[in-house]
Design a protein around this ligand. Structure first.
Ligand SMILES: Nc1ncnc2c1ncn2[C@@H]1O[C@H](COP(=O)(O)OP(=O)(O)O)[C@@H](O)[C@H]1O
Ligand SMILES: CC(=O)N[C@@H](CCC(=O)OP(=O)(O)O)C(=O)O
Length: 260
């Protein structure tokens, strides 16, 4: 039996954030989770809408945004500003002592600009370090950190980072001190065998079945990085990894469970 304390790392996706009543209900469930917890949020859909309203087209390749200087400003304002502060204020109103953060706050997450080959994603960062002891310090002090998917490199360059990856990296970094459960919440009931049938949830996925689902085109777009991150987390020390509907955060047996 593990002697480590439990920690929940929860990721909430942009399609839920863009739906006020779904977000409110999810935040109520998150606030009432027992024990230490971290929330990582996305917001890709809202950033795409904001860019479009400014006449800027967004390009996503396999769920990752090609980020030029202009879109870096937009995503930073949208994720680290509007979305992060709205979520923190809502959680505070629910008596959850949340603290809004990005990678560079407290030096907690350091990333590196992704190489321009084979695809130049621009200002997109891959996480190279998580300061787990600083983050544990905030948790021990009673805060529930709420991370926006913005990081910075060692020279201070802000970088856009996939929110699913941020959740994975935080969960892995904390798994030496905590028994971590990582839950990816989104607007579907789990990974679906037939994307058109919301009840065709695949109950369990491992590396071999992921490859097969990818080859058959059953998983596509943002689901590819989500599952790559989920598989990485389960193979690197995270105890439980699950993908589920945002309404089912508290229903631990529902959704798609990831195995190594
Ligand atoms: N087999 C699948 N099952 C469920 N969703 C899938 C599947 N394949 C692709 N998707 C897409 O993946 C999306 C989830 O990824 P993403 O848009 O990145 O979510 P989020 O923004 O919530 O992190 C779903 O909205 C769905 O359109
Ligand atoms: C590099 C990269 O792709 N960053 C993501 C960060 C937001 C995100 O991941 O949002 P969702 O969870 O809502 O998809 C993006 O800009 O779309």
């Amino acid at each position: 039996m593990s002697l480590k304390p439990n920690l929940q790392v929860v990721k909430i996706g942009g399609n839920v954030i863009d739906n006020p009543s779904a977000l409110a209900s999810f935040l109520t469930d998150f606030a009432s989770l027992e024990g230490p917890k971290i929330l990582v949020h996305g917001g890709g859909k809202i950033a795409t809408q904001m860019a479009a309203s400014m006449g800027i087209e967004s390009q996503l390749i396999e769920g990752r945004r090609v980020t030029n200087e202009e879109s870096l400003r937009i995503v930073t304002m949208v994720y680290a500003g509007w979305i992060n502060k709205s979520i923190v204020a809502d959680l505070q109103a629910l008596s959850c002592n949340s603290l809004g953060l990005t990678g560079p706050d407290g030096g907690i997450v350091v990333s590196k600009k992704r190489a321009a080959q084979p695809i130049d994603y621009g200002f997109v960062g891959d996480i190279i370090h998580v300061n787990a002891s600083s983050l544990s310090g905030l948790i021990t002090a009673g805060f529930s950190p709420v991370f926006a998917p913005i990081t910075a490199d060692a020279s201070g360059q802000l970088l856009n980072t996939n929110a699913d990856t941020m959740a994975q990296a935080l969960a892995i970094a904390l798994s030496s001190a905590y028994d971590v459960t990582l839950t990816y919440c989104f607007e579907k009931k789990g990974v679906l065998l037939d994307p058109a049938d919301d009840d065709s949830v695949i109950s369990s996925i491992n590396p071999a079945s992921f490859q097969d689902l990818k080859d058959k085109g059953i998983v596509s777009a943002g689901m590819i990085p989500k599952l790559e991150n989920a598989l990485k987390a389960i193979s690197a020390g995270v105890s439980v990894v699950r993908l589920c509907h945002a309404d089912n955060l508290q229903k631990v047996d529902i959704g798609t469970k990831i195995s190594a």
